[in-house]
Design a binder for this molecule. Structure first.
Ligand code: PMV
Length: 328
């Protein structure tokens, strides 16, 4: 049996801007998705998942090989596309496989839950079939799933989940690892609103194409914030980083992605002592992040929970995708 795991991410700066080839800074955090895979003696791929509600489906291998993968739920079809691509590009799917998915990452909250599942899933199947692979093979397979799930993904989610740590990312240039230490807590505040990343990306792009001269300035301002944020990270200036998170949130708000629930959590976190707080990910609901020192964590967690959010404390993790063989 093979077990692979991959982390969730937070986008510290640059979500949405990154879709239009601007800079973003993303970090892996210590919440993970796990995928277990083992050969079975049938001609079926069986996928069971504890995400949403526990369920299992079985698909004949020959349907996956031929690409006849339509009519399944939106959470399953991207996984079948990854298997189809794997069979086409890496190794013929010539044996049945039992796959089980378990995740501790909140879904639909902008924390890269689907990318983490796709990254762990891709690594598990490559390892099970004993294919020689590197992280770029994993990202390429996972990105097939992301494209189907999200429409026009920048690729940032799969990349950060595969590599871990903190990355500076630009669509046309790929990424650079930022070798900085950031040990302070990152508090997540999850709103009850779920939204589709694809819908939010399209909404922002529509507004951008309507007001290009205004939006070009806002998009350039994002890159200035990222420049300053890199310096703040290098000099471990958490005060400055917090202020830059607040400025970044202002820009993201102007793109039309904030909601009353998000604003409530952001102000609750700031008033409870956070250095800064902003929406993370696509917005329209989903999650906020707040940075703080250890002494204000408990009051920020309480403030978020008291204002209708679900608060989770997380830390940046250097630990990207990981895959191991183990006995049953
Ligand atoms: O799926 P989310 O909420 O993590 O959003 C991803 C970030 C976006 O910039 C909005 C989209 C993308 O593909 O980069």
């Amino acid at each position: 049996m093979v077990v692979a795991s991959a982390p969730a991410k937070v986008i510290l700066f640059g979500e949405h801007f990154v879709v239009e080839d601007k800079f973003a800074i993303a970090a892996a955090i210590n919440l993970r998705a796990k995928v277990f895979a083992d050969f079975n003696d049938s001609n079926f791929i069986s996928i069971s998942s504890d995400i949403n509600s526990p369920n299992t489906i079985k698909i004949p291998i020959n349907m996956i090989i031929s690409g006849d993968i339509h009519g399944y739920s939106p959470s399953i079809t991207p996984l079948l596309l990854i298997l189809h691509e794997f069979s086409f590009k890496h190794h013929l799917l010539d044996r049945g496989v039992d796959i089980s998915i378990k995740s501790e990452i909140p879904m639909g909250a902008g924390l890269g839950s689907s990318a983490a599942v796709f990254v762990a899933f891709s690594a598990a199947i490559l390892k099970l079939y004993n294919v020689k692979f590197n992280l770029y093979d994993v990202i390429e397979l996972a990105s097939k799933g992301e494209s189907l799930a999200h429409g026009k993904p920048s690729g940032i989610d799969a990349t950060i989940s595969a590599f871990g740590g903190i990355l500076l990312y630009r669509r046309s240039q790929g990424f650079n690892r930022l070798n900085v230490k950031f040990n302070a807590p990152i508090i997540l505040g999850i709103t009850p609103e779920h939204r589709s990343t694809a819908d939010m990306v399209n909404k922002v792009l529509k507004l951008k194409y309507k007001y290009p001269s205004i939006f070009n300035l806002i998009y350039d301002a994002n890159d200035k914030i990222v420049e300053e944020a890199i310096n703040a990270l290098i000099s471990s200036d958490i005060n400055r980083l917090g202020e830059l998170l607040n400025i970044s949130h202002g820009l993201l708000s102007s793109l039309g992605i904030s909601t009353l629930n998000l604003e409530r959590l952001i102000y609750a976190a700031r008033n409870a002592g956070a250095y800064g707080a902003k929406v993370t990910g696509a917005g329209g609901g989903g999650a906020i992040i707040a940075i703080s020192n250890e002494s204000t964590v408990s009051s920020i967690l309480k403030a978020i929970n008291d204002n209708g959010g679900k608060a989770i404390i997380s830390y940046i993790s250097d630990y990207g995708v990981n895959v191991d063989e183990c006995s049953n």
